[in-house]
Design a protein around this ligand. Structure first.
Ligand SMILES: Cc1cc2nc3c(=O)[nH]c(=O)nc-3n(C[C@H](O)[C@H](O)[C@H](O)COP(=O)(O)OP(=O)(O)OC[C@H]3O[C@@H](n4cnc5c(N)ncnc54)[C@H](O)[C@@H]3O)c2cc1C
Ligand SMILES: NC(=O)c1ccc[n+]([C@@H]2O[C@H](COP(=O)([O-])OP(=O)(O)OC[C@H]3O[C@@H](n4cnc5c(N)ncnc54)[C@H](O)[C@@H]3O)[C@@H](O)[C@H]2O)c1
Length: 495
């Protein structure tokens, strides 16, 4: 039986990162992937949707340019655009495969090994592999890392066929832009696809969420900009309504909503996208004789280690945050825990995120919704994009920067949200400061390039220190500061 130091099951971002970290430790590692390397990080997921988003932004910019210059408004061919998306994904997958297949070339020992097939843990040290183009085999590994990711959650009463009623896995089955589409579940995936389809301007988009607004976990002021922008592109958000029925009739989606006053309305659309969260892939992964603690959100782990000490779980299969960067962090951490001593603790508090919407929303740490939920007293400063030179130069001042700090002398940064153009480029400095446990003085005095969006962050911080260049007492419409304790929000007045 072949023997390895570690066997990693799943070649998505978490598994790939784990396998490559094991190579650093000069350990014999086997990576097993049943389908395509890259997982949802590339296919039907992060990279594919981001490529669609980038293309849709270009399309929107061109449409608005044509409108202002009275040029004919172009229409877009779905297949041509899909070929662009496929090219981007194939390029990244080929790079990962080339890297993987050549990793041992300059080494006398073959540390890295790869098998394509379906893996199953059949003993605490034994993995069986149903190879795609070879014999089934069993291997022995001192340690096993589970990184099999997640899949879209489905609802019992919605007949998903991935042709007419789709999940994010079925987007690639589309042949052309649908004339109309309803999105069930207005979380991150739902809102990103609503942004993409409405940006192209060829699909009438409807959105339904079980809550009374989109992005229920995000702050109200962020959501209101996103909702306003979606609605300006003719997206209909069904508020205070409940989906009571959805079926396919004559190749069309027919859905019924019930409103708060008891009345009902029936809608007909070409396609539906169901994006109501994701489920961990742990079915048929572990033989019944082995018990690993798990719940319906995923495998339960203690800093990546499962209830069986030599079996680790990383990425979407675990019960915590489902993001590429988190999966990679966990994959690397698990390997460091197995073969060395991780230099830094695994910390989920300062994860940076971007929601690819219109405009983009970048975040790090907690938002106001979370701070209130946790009962943390905080101070919040907010600066409108109309005060930032770079936003003015971009002729797009739709957005703001918001920083949340602890409501005490120390004013420790708890979190930040930036909504607007270049939002993502602005958060990194703050992410670093939060992770270093620094206060805000350092940021107030750093020199940033000009003009840049991050200058707005600096002005927010100076506002907290009562030494901003623009005075909030004068620009009340564009600069806000509040404090919150026991759920009570008050305006902070500056002299
Ligand atoms: C539409 C969409 C957009 C997203 N956008 C973003 C984004 O912008 N930013 C971000 O950070 N995150 C984003 N995510 C989330 C991100 O893609 C996931 O968090 C990430 O891919 C999880 O990585 P993973 O390695 O845990 O799992 P996966 O990427 O799901 O990979 C798991 C791999 O394991 C393989 N596998 C499963 N079972 C077995 C088995 N038994 N044997 C062998 N192989 C197996 C699968 O084939 C797969 O390749 C998005 C997700 C979706 C769906
Ligand atoms: N840019 C990014 O970083 C990015 C992009 C896409 C996905 N992701 C990751 O993928 C994960 C999954 O995304 P998602 O959008 O599927 O989940 P999500 O948790 O963000 O949103 C699910 C939404 O569905 C709603 N919902 C749940 N049940 C419902 C029902 N029965 N009817 C109507 N609405 C219902 C919820 O209220 C919620 O708004 C995210 O949590 C995130 O970790 C990240």
């Amino acid at each position: 039986m072949e023997k390895y130091d570690v066997c990693v099951i799943g070649g998505g971002p978490a598994g790939y990162a784990a396998a490559m970290r094991a190579v650093d430790f000069k350990k014999r590692v086997l990576l097993v992937e049943k389908h395509k390397i890259g997982g949802v990080g590339l296919h039907n997921g992060a990279l594919s949707s981001k490529t669609w988003w980038e293309l849709s932004r270009e399309a929107l910019a061109l449409r608005s340019h044509c409108k202002t210059t009275s040029l004919p408004i172009p229409s877009y061919n779905f297949q041509t655009l899909k070929a662009e998306v496929d090219k981007a994904i194939d390029g990244r997958r080929e790079l990962l495969e080339h890297h993987m297949h050549n990793i041992n070339v300059n080494s006398s020992d073959e540390y890295f090994h790869f098998k394509r097939g379906l893996a199953k843990v059949v003993g605490p040290n034994i993995v069986s592999i149903q190879q795609n183009d070879g014999e089934d085999l069993e291997i022995k590994a001192d340690n096993i890392i589970l990184a099999t990711g997640s899949r879209p959650r489905k609802l019992d009463n919605i007949p998903i066929d991935e042709e007419i009623i789709l999940t994010s896995d079925g987007i690639e089955n589309l042949k052309e832009f649908p004339k109309s589409m309803v999105i069930v579940g207005a979380g991150v995936i739902g809102c990103e696809y609503a942004t993409i389809f409405s940006n192209f301007g060829q699909t009438k988009v409807y959105m339904i969420d079980k809550g009374n607004r989109i992005l229920p976990f995000e702050d109200e002021d962020v959501v209101s900009i996103i909702e306003r922008n979606l609605e300006s592109k003719d997206v209909t958000i069904h508020r205070n309504s409940q989906l009571i029925d959805m079926k396919i009739e004559n190749g069309m989606v027919v859905y019924t909503l019930e409103y708060n006053n008891g009345s009902k309305e029936i809608f007909h659309v070409e396609k539906a996208l169901v994006s109501v969260g994701r489920l961990p892939n742990y079915e048929n992964l572990i033989s019944g004789s082995i018990h690993i603690d798990k719940d319906n959100r995923g495998i339960i782990d203690e800093l990546t280690q499962t209830s069986i000490p030599n079996i680790y779980a990383v990425g979407d299969i675990t019960a915590d945050i489902a993001l590429v960067n988190v999966g990679e962090l966990e994959g690397r951490y698990a390997v460091e825990k197995i073969f060395g001593h991780p230099k830094r603790p695994l910390n989920y508090e300062n994860i940076s995120t971007i929601m690819f919407l219109a405009p983009e929303v970048a975040g790090v740490g907690i938002n106001e919704v979370k701070a209130k939920e946790l009962g943390i007293p905080y101070k919040m400063v907010c600066l409108d994009y109309s005060c930032i030179s770079r936003a003015i130069a971009m002729r797009n001042t739709n957005g703001f920067i918001k920083i949340i700090v602890s409501k005490d002398e120390e004013m420790r940064i708890l979190g930040m949200r930036v909504i607007g153009e270049h939002a993502s480029s602005a958060i990194e400095a703050v992410a670093l400061l939060i992770s270093m446990g620094k206060g805000i003085e350092e940021l107030a005095e750093l020199i940033h390039p000009h003009p840049s969006i991050i200058e707005g962050i600096q002005e927010c911080v100076r506002m907290l220190l009562n030494k901003s260049m623009l005075k909030p007492g004068v620009l009340r419409h564009a600069m806000r500061c509040t404090s919150c304790e026991n759920g009570e929000v008050r305006d902070v007045e500056f002299v």
